[in-house]
Design a protein around this ligand. Sequence first.
Ligand code: ZN
Ligand code: ZN
Length: 140
Amino acid sequence: MTAAHAGGCRCGAVRFEASAEPHHISYCHCGDCRRASGAPVSAFVGFLVDQVAFTGKALKMYENGPVTRSFCGVCGSPIAYVDERLEDVIYFTLGAMDMPGDFRPTLHAYVSEQLPFLHMSDDLPRHLKTSVKRPDGTVP
Ligand SMILES: [Zn+2]
Ligand SMILES: [Zn+2]
């Protein structure tokens, strides 16, 4: 596979490659991402699942309802999440990308849960909840 984009965890035990351009780049202010990342805001880079390949055996999963988050079982770095209602896509944490500066977010999601002291002065669209419709109409 010739990688267009690559990434991995802090220790290098988990590596991944995407062979195409991402279809989605966003900030997420939801409380679930906050707990999972420890950071006041998260950012994600979405690729089609069949354009992504993992190497290494250290990837661990944590399932919470329809959302499964993955992380490195050695160093604990958050890697990605998948949503069973969006079966064709995977969202990598922007910070796991080798070239994070290449992935400029295009929107904010879940600003209804944004921390009151966090101010981000951009003109990007702001969604109160999810920015990606689930087929059953629910939100994560
Ligand atoms: Zn690691
Ligand atoms: Zn979130």
